[in-house]
Design a protein around this ligand. Structure first.
Ligand SMILES: Cc1cc2nc3c(=O)[nH]c(=O)nc-3n(C[C@H](O)[C@H](O)[C@H](O)COP(=O)(O)OP(=O)(O)OC[C@H]3O[C@@H](n4cnc5c(N)ncnc54)[C@H](O)[C@@H]3O)c2cc1C
Length: 345
């Protein structure tokens, strides 16, 4: 089976890895450089922020991914020689929060949760250093013989009645037996007339980065939607905003001041840390944060893996598995109809 994947983010490269491991011949077409968009910009927390706030489709996908992550990331590290710094660092939720709902949900899901004077404590929440993960995925794919074509922007989909014939790109035409669109926030735009039913839109998120003494913060902390993520070398990320501003990746002074003030309120010692960087990324926003991992309703050799919104880094391994099971006609691990292509009303 030869497969063309559009998009070199965590979803495109994660899908490529799973398909290549299954024996497919894989080519990734990326407009810029791999891992240059949302997958680089994100925080790398491997859990929904308040998991009890999401529908079952998000819980199922994130929990499957969290089970797959240790082995998945170890394999990527082994093939690439790059450590993506997967760590179980735990998540502390500071007040205010709805404790009753959290306790009930965690008990029902078998998720460990403790409550103390400081807040809620989820000891099993892990994180990954996503820019490293992206480098590792890219290198692992190359070492496995996958072809990665960067600076190749897909500009058109050429189809017959019910099949894609080829993709036109700025690097020339590309054809394959099967096509996967994993173009993040740009997926609907890229699909043009073939994506009319989709509701995938860019949602901007701004992040700040500080350099602190290693150990200043040991766990991820979250309060009122703002989170701080400690990396092993002392770097601390602060995120993030949720902004509906179209395809605008600019950063704003207002967001910087607000994130900084909130972070200082949560961790006063951050005043001693050095401010390093401020950036923005565009998440592939979707209703209820539920991605589409499905075959196109008319074009039988076209598939979509997109719309992972706030949790694409978390959802990548499970989404890739669901896609590969579909493409290889394997049994699916569970009912995946929640990720089907939206129907025309
Ligand atoms: C500030 C911020 C914080 C986040 N924090 C977390 C977190 O802590 N945990 C978590 O799980 N998730 C987090 N996320 C969300 C996560 O980053 C995204 O859900 C995920 O990266 C989406 O991956 P993707 O591969 O679909 O998209 P992208 O990484 O955006 O990749 C899509 C790729 O497609 C390419 N492309 C687009 N159009 C074309 C075209 N026409 N031709 C060829 N290539 C094209 C783009 O150049 C891009 O490289 C965060 C996101 C942001 C912005």
């Amino acid at each position: 089976m030869d497969i063309l994947i559009v998009g070199g983010g965590v979803i495109g490269l994660g899908s490529a890895l799973e398909l290549a491991l299954g024996g497919a011949t894989v080519t990734v077409l990326e407009r810029g450089t791999c891992g240059g968009e949302s997958s680089w910009a994100g925080g790398g927390i491997l859990s929904p922020l308040l998991p009890w706030d999401y529908p079952a489709a998000v819980t199922d996908l994130t929990q499957l991914s969290c089970r797959l992550y240790p082995e998945w990331v170890a394999r990527v590290a082994e093939i690439s020689g790059i450590d993506p710094e997967y760590r179980v660092s735990g998540l502390r939720v500071l007040p205010p929060f709805g404790a009753e709902r959290a306790v009930q949900w965690c008990a029902g899901q078998g998720v460990r949760l403790e409550q103390d004077g400081e807040g809620l404590w989820l000891p099993d929440v892990a994180q990954v250093r996503n820019p490293r993960l992206m480098k590792a995925l890219r290198l692992a794919l190359e070492r496995m013989g996958a072809r990665i074509v960067e600076r190749a922007e897909v500009t058109g989909i050429v189809s017959t009645e019910n099949r894609v014939e080829r993709l036109d790109t700025t690097a020339g035409p590309f054809a394959a037996g099967c096509y996967v669109v994993a173009a993040g926030a740009w997926s609907k735009k890229l699909l043009g007339k073939y994506g009319v039913q989709l509701d995938i839109r860019p949602v901007r998120g701004q992040m700040l980065l500080y350099r602190a003494q290693p150990g200043m913060l040991r766990h991820i902390i979250l309060q009122n939607g703002t989170y701080l993520i400690p990396r092993v070398d002392g770097h601390i990320l602060v995120g993030s905003t949720l902004e509906d501003v179209g395809f605008d990746k600019a950063t704003t002074g207002e967001a910087r001041a607000e994130l900084h003030a909130r972070a200082l309120g949560m961790l006063p010692q951050l005043a001693q840390a050095e401010f390093i960087k401020h950036w923005a990324g565009l998440r592939p926003g979707s209703p209820d944060n539920v991605p589409i991992i499905a075959q196109h309703p008319q074009l039988e050799n076209l598939f979509l893996n997109s719309g992972h919104f706030r949790y694409g880094v978390t959802m990548a391994p499970a989404s890739a598995k669901i896609l590969a099971n579909r493409l290889f006609n394997r049994e699916r691990p569970s009912d995946c109809s929640s990720y089907d292509w939206p129907r025309l009303n």
